[in-house]
Structures are given as structure tokens and as C-alpha cells.
Design a protein around this ligand. Structure first.
Ligand code: NAD
Ligand SMILES: N/C(=C\C=C\C=O)C(=O)O
Length: 487
């Protein structure tokens, strides 16, 4: 919808209706640095209205059969798929990611999230045990919890929001979702499809705005008993504090400082292009991106030379260019934060082998103020450096040598995070051994980011609490009850 100055103006979606807000935020096009959209700056009032709508919709939705709910999810998946190109264009413009990534990963995955949970909700079973000597039978039943708060970040906007909405409503909950204020457009576009898909009013409500205003009002609302959050560790801490007085159910998917461990028997022809992708895909703005590369010393020089050559070939371009490998970072503030790590690395005596401050970025005149940065490789950096310890969440990766298996496991584990690791080796025994010892919720060996939605997804240590996936999401979005029958 066109608003002030012909710019796109979003509205909240509450109780099946688009509702204007009393104040709005500017949203920037990352490829130009220009305001192109206005996003509702919602607060307590909008959260109250959404809670009322979600509360009213809960009895009807939660008492439908899983089959009925499944059909609604399937219809929504079909409608999203029919709008794939329009959604991909919007996601790429709003987030700065390449149109190719939006077309091949973000939007197809959003479609798949609804199809996947539409199917998996049909296949859950409950537990039953006997105590014949006491004449008892025990069994469990599960029921949806109620109104779920779903909060998502800006890096994979529709992909991550639907990864929460789909399991929550499949299990019979009603939801209030809050996308990142930096990337709200595709969530708003999805709302236009809900009625046609048969989602009753109030089952999915979306309130737009900032964390401190609308996010906090949502997570501290007494009638919202569960919160599924994906974002940064400091925000998770705040949400935990605000929700603690109510003993809410929490699922927290947080940041990472993900290692790649490359042994001398790795297949470098596969490892190098995949590790360039795992370091720089989506501008390095994926929580699963590699940011510490440990390479066995005997192949260190060869790896480094080939890796830097490949990183230099990774094309940074405007998001709408189908041949670009990388687009713009999300915001000016984030670009400055990412760049500040390169400055700190230099001050510590590390070497920048390519990218920021070394190579020249060529951009069309219209995009000179966009938030672009080249893929950057740092070496000669100590494990204690902030570049090796903190999540940078940008196109920056550090490469360091190692000597032995025990040493590299210890160094890979020596950070507060534990989300995703990759291990490269042709030795099957070593691959299993190392994968088992890494403190990481996910380990990809000889590959990266191949997702199996049935299995648990999530992090250890400061990377999160809880897991998402077919069974884990079902357990999170339902309450279990044990019933004993004496016969
Ligand atoms: N583990 C995962 O699956 C995963 C996936 C994607 C991103 N991430 C992490 O997300 C981070 C980047 O995303 P970000 O910058 O949007 O994170 P963020 O924590 O700043 O924001 C995430 C969401 O929380 C909201 N929020 C912020 N403050 C809030 C508050 N006080 N109360 C309630 N809500 C609040 C934001 O508006 C946004 O919608 C990185 O750390 C990244 O690793 C993790
Ligand atoms: N949650 C998933 C990915 C998270 C990526 C973070 O940036 C997923 O693939 O299910």
C-alpha cells in the first residue's frame, strides 16, 4: 500500500484486519541507504488488541482436528509459492540479500516450512505404559499451549518467521508474531494471503515495530505463556528477565562463532568453494556462517592461497543483479560494526588478505551510499582476539593453522557459543570422532547447510536454549499431560 510520499506503508495485522498505527518508523533500502518504506511503530496498545484477537480465536482453532489445520497450512504454502517471485523481489530489496538467494533459498524454504509442518502434525503419537500389577494404564496427551509470541531477526526474514508460525499454528496455538523492524515487508505481504488460505481471523496476528517498544510489551504480557525467539544473545537475556516472573516457556535460537576444521586429507576442490559460501553467503549474515577456519599446517599455505583467490572471485553487486554472490549488509550501523572488527584486527597486528581496505569495491553511482562490503579474510590472528571470539555477523572470516586433532577440538570449543561447525576430512573415523567432541548443536561434515527439518536444530552454550524441528517444535508448542487410569 502506498503511503506518505508514495512510499510503501505497512499496517499491523490483527484479528484478520489490516490496522493503521499512530506512529511509524522509517525502513531503509540497504542497497541505496534511502528510506523506502514506513513500518508501524507499535506498542502496548497494539499488543493488547492482538492478545484479545488471539484469545478469541484460540477455542475454535485449537479444537479443529490436525487434518483440518494441516489443509489450511497446505493452502497457505500453495499461495506463497504462487507469489514466490514477488516475495523474492521484496525480500531482496528489504534485506539487501541477492535476488538469487531470495529465489532459491528464502522463499522456497518459507513455502517448505508450511508444507513440512502441515505433514508432520499428522504423524505424532503419544506415549503409553502399563502397570499390570497395580491395574493401571498410563498415557500422555498433548494440547496447544495458548497464545505464542514469535520474534524473529532480520537476516532470513520470511524463512525464520514461518519456521515459527507453521509449527505453532499446526499444533493449534494462536500467535502474535513480531518480525524485525528492519525487514517487515514479506511478513506483511504474507498477511494478505491468510484469509484466502482459510486461516481464521485472530489465529495469526502480526505487530510490527521495535524490540524495546512492541517486543517487550509482547514478551511481558501475562496472557502470552510461550515465546519462541531467534536473535542475539543480549536480547535473549532481556527476554529471559522480562518473562521470568511468569515462568513462560522459552525457545531461544541465538548467535554463533562457528568453526570450520579442515584436515590435510580434505577434498579441497569441494571444501574451498563450500567454505567461501559458508563464510560469505547472505553477506555472512547467517547464524550458521563460518567465521573461524582452522586449517592443518601441512596444507595451510596452499589452502590460504586458493581460499583468498576464491573469495576475491565472490561477486559483490546490487541485490537485483542475478549474477551477484553477495548484496548489501542490513544497515549503516551494522556495516560500521562489522568494519570496526577489521580495524581492531589491524591494530592487533593481524593481516587482512583481501576485502575491506585492501581491494576496491565497484558500485553503480546510485548505490554508493548502500551498505556494501567486500568478503574479507583475516589471518595471523590470535585465538584471544575479539575477531576470533565475538560474533561479527558479516562477510569476515579468520583463517589460522593447527597441528593436531586434540588441539583443534580444544581451540574450536574455546568460545562462548556452540551453534554450528563444519569438519572436512576424508577419514570417516576422524569425522565421527571430531563431530562428537565439538560443543556444537549442529555439525556438518564435508558439506554445509544441508537441512533436515525432522531433526533437532539449535545451539549449545550461549547459542541458545531448546531445539526446533518436527518433534522438538511439536513438544515446545504443546503442553503434555500424563493420565493414569486404574482399571
Ligand atoms: N540460532 C539461530 O537460529 C539464529 C538465526 C538467525 C539469527 N540469529 C542471530 O540473530 C542475531 C541477528 O539478528 P538481530 O540483530 O535482529 O537480533 P536482535 O536480538 O537485535 O533482534 C531480534 C528480534 O528481537 C527483537 N528485539 C530486540 N530487542 C528486544 C527486546 N528487548 N524485547 C523483545 N524483542 C526484542 C528485534 O526487534 C528483532 O525482531 C545474530 O546474533 C544471529 O546470530 C540466530
Ligand atoms: N533456523 C534455521 C536457520 C537459522 C539460520 C540463522 O541465521 C533453519 O534452517 O531452520
Amino acid at each position: 500500500m502506498a503511503g506518505r510520499g508514495g512510499l510503501l506503508m505497512l499496517e499491523n495485522f490483527i484479528g484478520g484486519k489490516f490496522l493503521p498505527c499512530s506512529s511509524y518508523l522509517d525502513s531503509y533500502d540497504p542497497s541505496t541507504g534511502e528510506v523506502y518504506c514506513h513500518v508501524p511503530n507499535s506498542g502496548k496498545e497494539e499488543v493488547e488488541a492482538a492478545v484479545e484477537a488471539a484469545r478469541a480465536a484460540f477455542p475454535g482453532w485449537s479444537s479443529r482436528s490436525p487434518q483440518e489445520r494441516s489443509q489450511v497450512l497446505q493452502r497457505l504454502a500453495d499461495l506463497l509459492e504462487q507469489s514466490l517471485e514477488e516475495l523474492a523481489q521484496a525480500e531482496s530489496k528489504d534485506q539487501g540479500k541477492t535476488i538469487t538467494l531470495a529465489r532459491t533459498m528464502d522463499i522456497p524454504r518459507a513455502v517448505h516450512n508450511f508444507r513440512f509442518f502441515a505433514s508432520s502434525i499428522l504423524h505424532h503419537t503419544s506415549e503409553c505404559t502399563q502397570m499390570d500389577h497395580l491395574g493401571c494404564l498410563h498415557y500422555t496427551v498433548r494440547a496447544p499451549v495458548g497464545i505464542a509470541a514469535l520474534i524473529s531477526p532480520w537476516n532470513l526474514p520470511l524463512y525464520l518467521l514461518t519456521w515459527k508460525i507453521a509449527p505453532a499454528i499446526a499444533a493449534g496455538n494462536t500467535v502474535i508474531a513480531k518480525p524485525s523492524e528492519l525487514t517487515s515487508v514479506t511478513a506483511w505481504m504474507m498477511c494478505r494471503l491468510l484469509e484466502k488460505a482459510g486461516v481464521p481471523p485472530g489465529v495469526v496476528n502480526i505487530v510490527f515495530g521495535t524490540g524495546p517498544r512492541v517486543g517487550e510489551a509482547l514478551v511481558s504480557h501475562p496472557e502470552v505463556p510461550l515465546i519462541s525467539f531467534t536473535g542475539s544473545q543480549p536480547t535473549a537475556e532481556r527476554i529471559t528477565q522480562l518473562s521470568a516472573p511468569y515462568c513462560k516457556k522459552l525457545s531461544l535460537e541465538l548467535g554463533g562463532k562457528n568453526p570450520a576444521i579442515i584436515f590435510e586429507d580434505a577434498n579441497l576442490a569441494e571444501c574451498i568453494p563450500t567454505t567461501v559460501r559458508s563464510s560469505f553467503a547472505n553477506q555472512g549474515e547467517i547464524c550458521l556462517c563460518t567465521s573461524r577456519i582452522f586449517v592443518q599446517r601441512s596444507i595451510y599455505s596452499e589452502f590460504l592461497k586458493r581460499f583468498v583467490e576464491a573469495a576475491r572471485m565472490w561477486k559483490v553487486g546490487i541485490p537485483s543483479d542475478p549474477s551477484a554472490d553477495m548484496g548489501a549488509l542490513i544497515s549503516k550501523a551494522h556495516l560500521e560494526k562489522v568494519r570496526s572488527y577489521i580495524k581492531k584486527a589491524r591494530m592487533e597486528g593481524a593481516q587482512i588478505l583481501c576485502g575491506e581496505g585492501v581491494d576496491k569495491l565497484n558500485l553503480p553511482p546510485r548505490n554508493q551510499a548502500g551498505y556494501f562490503m567486500l568478503p574479507t579474510v583475516i589471518t595471523d590472528v590470535k585465538d584471544e582476539s575479539c575477531c576470533m571470539k565475538e560474533e561479527i555477523f558479516g562477510p569476515v572470516t579468520c583463517v589460522v593453522p593447527f597441528d593436531s586433532e586434540e588441539e583443534v577440538i580444544q581451540r574450536a570449543n574455546n568460545v562462548k557459543y556452540g551453534l554450528a561447525a563444519t569438519v572436512w576430512s576424508g577419514n570417516v573415523g576422524r569425522v565421527h570422532r571430531v563431530a562428537k567432541k565439538l560443543q556444537s548443536g549442529l555439525v556438518w561434515t564435508n558439506c554445509w547447510l544441508i537441512r533436515e527439518l525432522n531433526l533437532p536444530f539449535g545451539g549449545m552454550k550461549s547459542s541458545g536454549v531448546g531445539r526446533e524441528g518436527a518433534k522438538d517444535s511439536y513438544e515446545f508448542f504443546t503442553e503434555v499431560k500424563t493420565i493414569t487410569v486404574k482399571h
